[in-house]
Ligand binder design. Sequence first.
Ligand SMILES: Cc1cc2nc3c(=O)[nH]c(=O)nc-3n(C[C@H](O)[C@H](O)[C@H](O)COP(=O)(O)OP(=O)(O)OC[C@H]3O[C@@H](n4cnc5c(N)ncnc54)[C@H](O)[C@@H]3O)c2cc1C
Length: 468
Amino acid sequence: MRLHWHRTDLRPSDNLALVAPDDDPILPVYAFDPRILSHAAPPRVAFVIDSLAALRDWYRQRESDLVVVRGRAPDELARLAEASDADSVSWAQAYSGLGRRRDDRVRECLDGMGVDTHVVHDHLHHEPGSITTNQGDPYSVYSYFWKKWKDREKRGSVQAPGADRLATPRSDTSIPTLEDLGFDRPEAEIPPGGYTAARHRLNDFCSGPIYDYGDARDDPAADATSRLSAHLTHGTVGVRTLHDRVVRARETAPDDEAREAVETFRGELAWREFYHHVLYFNPEVVTENYRDYENPIEWRDDPEALQAWRDGETGYPIVDAGMRQLRAEAYMHNRVRMIVASFLTKDLLLDWREGYDWFRRKLVDHNPANDNGGWQWAASTGTDAQPYFRIFNPMTQGERHDPDATYIKRYVPELSDVAPDLIHDWHELSPTQRRRTAPEYPAPIVDHAERREQALAMFERARGEADD
Ligand SMILES: Cc1cc2nc3c(=O)[nH]c(=O)nc-3n(C[C@H](O)[C@H](O)[C@H](O)COP(=O)(O)OP(=O)(O)OC[C@H]3O[C@@H](n4cnc5c(N)ncnc54)[C@H](O)[C@@H]3O)c2cc1C
């Protein structure tokens, strides 16, 4: 008997660890570990619960079942291994420091009992350490990483195990509710989880929108991206299935422009792998700057500004629209994530860790690799980050990427009857004009031009370049 420990691989097919090369009957298990749950938040737990129900149904249709346990993973897996007389336990490699420490504890515990462990790279096409500079170091510049990633051969997807490989558990298979686990209901509407929902989304995206991805992906109103991030984070779609489908779309692309758009999309999949490699080799980045400055960056402490940012009440329409999309959908468009992250760090001059922590609590797709990569990019503290002197102007970003203010109006109803040019000029209107135009919508809480200068000075001090 082999236990398969599902974690962020909540799918039956294209699961390399589940179909590990042995003939032992497989007993699938999921563990709600309080140590891991203490870093979780309602949107993600809700998505996981939904995805577990779909996975359990798949096993039940094959006269097997999914064992669901609550407790510390090492204890629970040891108990189950003993109770089911398992010879081995399989799982997919974790890449964060927290995940790897937990896995070490499980491994030690099982080693002590003489139970084998079978750990497989599954979440990435190319495992950390396999794409390196010619000196064998991990890349810190994405474009070089991409050059190797894009042409490196990728393994194709693998089938789910047959029903004859699955064992029938005698243990508890009931899935706890959010309340059972001590979580409140998420304030956002959470998209459906599960491997079938992922498959539908992938097919929908690859049968049309992928061909416009090159142009439309930066338009937050267009809904032109795949919205697969939660599925990739929780493993309801396998990376090989995704890539096979994307390559098929490339083969059937109507023209060169469409083919290029598919390649742009593959580039985003490579960013995901790049940030996973960065996290693997630098687990401390979840709390520390990747990039050292000579002096500490003097982030401000301003709880009121932080709260206004969280609530989408900064008086900068594109920022507020993004922050409200996050509250409503547990998701935010990538371009707007970049804008709100830049605003927090370069306009409010607040520490990126505040933003990262809020995203961790609110995003359904949060994973430490991408989230940290995105935050440290915006804060100019990361690998291959935005240079500190390139500061997004939130008004021109809004005007460029949401010219008709369609996205802004969707999430900021106070501005729904306001002409787009007034929305994009909101910071320039007089208090009286603002009151007349949209009395419920706040005035800008900071002056962008002033804050830009202060941000530059803050980074120059950190770089040891400021004249005192
Ligand atoms: C401040 C900040 C925080 C972010 N936090 C997260 C996070 O917690 N989880 C997360 O998955 N992504 C995060 N991203 C990256 C990106 O915003 C999301 O992956 C994307 O918006 C998800 O929407 P989608 O699935 O429609 O993306 P698509 O555009 O359809 O892209 C397909 C997939 O490629 C990957 N991807 C796309 N853009 C990026 C990127 N810039 N970096 C790394 N991978 C990327 C994602 O897995 C995504 O699902 C963050 C970006 C920023 C700037």
